[in-house]
Design a protein around this ligand. Structure first.
Ligand SMILES: Nc1ncnc2c1ncn2[C@@H]1O[C@H](COP(=O)(O)OP(=O)(O)O)[C@@H](O)[C@H]1O
Ligand SMILES: [Mg+2]
Length: 172
């Protein structure tokens, strides 16, 4: 179960759309920081694996908000793998975008839920707020980015999430 203050944080973050406080953000540093500091509350066998782009993927963004978005995705992956498993986080620069790809080994998203997962308050969890992905979507959109979620290919369970944000070309 997530602690009450996490749930309250979700509500506040969703209700209060903050202006972007733009700065140079290195996506590699951001995900490395999260991988180091995230500890599963429920799941000692939850593992994060990093595959970082060799060239630093720079973007102009709000580091705190992006941090929050990625943490929300990591929490979901953790919760999707109650018996442990690996979440892979991969960064890449593709043309004018920086991309973060998260792949987990959970049970994936069923077809009946797929169209609703970004809806505020949509949850399939007993203790869920249904705000995690709504917040991620809000933050991605504010950065002129895009998020897509789909199940992994045949034979592999889990979801693949792609967060794509405009790269800061001048910083490369
Ligand atoms: N990595 C994932 N694997 C499987 N299902 C997921 C994953 N991430 C999100 N979901 C589904 O999307 C729903 C909405 O997620 P979210 O908005 O974070 O709310 P919450 O986590 O509070 O349920 C979840 O309840 C779950 O059904
Ligand atoms: Mg969530």
């Amino acid at each position: 179960m997530r602690r009450l203050d996490d749930r309250v944080k979700d509500f506040l973050a969703f209700a209060r759309v903050k202006p972007l406080n733009l700065e140079k953000v290195n996506l590699n540093a951001l995900v490395t920081d999260i991988a180091k500091n995230f500890s599963s509350r429920t799941n000692p066998r939850f593992r994060i694996e990093l595959h970082l782009a060799e060239q630093k993927p720079w973007l102009l963004g709000d580091a705190d908000q992006l941090h929050q978005a990625v943490v929300n995705l990591v929490i979901n992956a953790d919760q999707a793998m109650p018996n442990g498993g690996t979440l892979s986080m991969e960064t890449e620069t593709i043309e004018d975008s920086v991309v973060l790809r998260l792949t987990d080994e959970g049970s994936g998203i069923s077809a009946v839920h797929r169209d609703r997962i970004f809806e505020p308050f949509f949850t399939t969890k007993k203790e869920g707020t249904g705000l995690g992905l709504a917040i991620v979507h809000q933050i991605a959109t504010a950065h002129r980015g895009k998020i897509t979620i789909r199940n992994r290919e045949e034979g592999e369970s889990g979801v693949m999430i792609e967060l794509r944000l405009p790269a800061a070309c001048i910083l490369r």
